[in-house]
Design a protein around this ligand. Structure first.
Ligand code: HEC
Ligand code: HEC
Length: 252
């Protein structure tokens, strides 16, 4: 059967297109990368830069210290944490694990700034301890920050400070409730079911209410209770603070 000259040209063009796409980095090239982008990237970032889950783009991982523990974590997750198990079969687990190792084979993101000066901002002018526990002390309004530098990339840390609403844990919803006596309470939703809601106000006090009895209840899932420091700290203070947070590698 003869193929026309035009037919050859079309065939050749489509082959070229298929081989060129991966070269531009648009499409996942390996099975491991495809699985990673589909099942892991939403929490760990497309390049392992971290997000809801910790940074994977670094040479040494905290829990996944060797191949066996990495495979185990991918299979079964880490019980009691936000790391779910997967339904992947052995060959797929090995492929994803290889991709995670590849993500880790990068030079760590460079951190500018002076960590010691940053710690003075943290405990001093920044008043971060009002809401965050660090080394066993501080307020419980926000998440604990021990080991935060091992869980989050410097880019994510900076973003948490200047644009907290961009990406924050979904369990931190901002609520405003007005009680039957007209009292307005603003704070974090700690717990909620069909009938009741518990929230923690900015002073750290817990409140529990029957939803039906409240005059109004507003929830804002897009607004972070963490204030933005874009305008209240100087550029140098922010850079030093990021350096300090990035230096916190040990969980207590
Ligand atoms: C729903 C979010 C989520 C998804 C999806 C997810 N992870 Fe995680 N992962 C986490 C969280 C949160 C942790 C940290 C658990 C802890 O230690 O508190 C974690 C921890 C890990 C660790 C341990 C990191 C270390 O420092 O040792 C590895 C490795 C890991 N995940 C790989 C993966 C891979 C591979 C996938 C996809 C198959 C995946 N994760 C999917 C949230 C997620
Ligand atoms: C009014 C209370 C409050 C103050 C003050 C506050 N934070 Fe937060 N912070 C929160 C809450 C609540 C969250 C969780 C929601 C979020 O990530 O936006 C948070 C999140 C964060 C995160 C992200 C944690 C993660 O796992 O991604 C970092 C980093 C952080 N804060 C650092 C700081 C630093 C540094 C300061 C001082 C300059 C500070 N915070 C001051 C309440 C506060």
């Amino acid at each position: 059967m003869a193929i026309s000259r035009l037919g050859y040209r079309i065939l050749w063009c489509s082959l070229a297109a298929v081989t060129l796409v991966p070269a531009f980095g648009q499409e996942p090239v390996t099975l491991g990368e495809r699985l990673y982008l589909g099942q892991c990237a939403m929490c760990h970032g497309a390049r392992g830069e971290g997000g809801r889950g910790p940074v994977l783009a670094k040479p040494k991982l905290l829990h996944a210290t060797d191949d066996a523990s990495l495979n185990r974590i991918i299979r079964s997750g880490i019980p009691g944490t936000g790391m779910p198990g997967t339904g992947l079969i052995d060959a797929e687990i090995l492929a994803v694990a290889a991709h995670v190792r590849q993500l880790g084979a990068v030079r760590p993101e460079p951190v500018a700034g002076d960590a010691r000066a940053g710690s003075e901002v943290f405990f001093g002018r920044g008043r971060c301890v009002a809401c965050h526990v660090l080394q066993g002390k501080g307020g419980i309004f926000g998440p604990e920050l021990d080991g935060i530098g091992a869980r989050r990339s410097p880019t994510h840390l900076r973003q948490s400070l200047v644009d907290p609403a961009a990406d924050f844990p979904p369990n931190y919803a901002w609520v405003e409730a007005v009680t039957p006596t007209g009292r307005r309470i603003q704070g974090l939703r700690v717990n909620e079911d069909t009938f009741s809601i518990q929230l923690r106000d900015l002073g750290g006090q817990l409140h529990s209410h029957w939803k039906q009895e409240l005059t109004s209840l507003r929830k804002d899932l897009k607004r972070s209770p963490m204030p933005s420091y874009r305008d209240t700290l100087t550029a140098t203070e922010l850079t030093n603070l990021v350096a300090y947070l990035a230096s916190l590698q040990e969980s207590q």
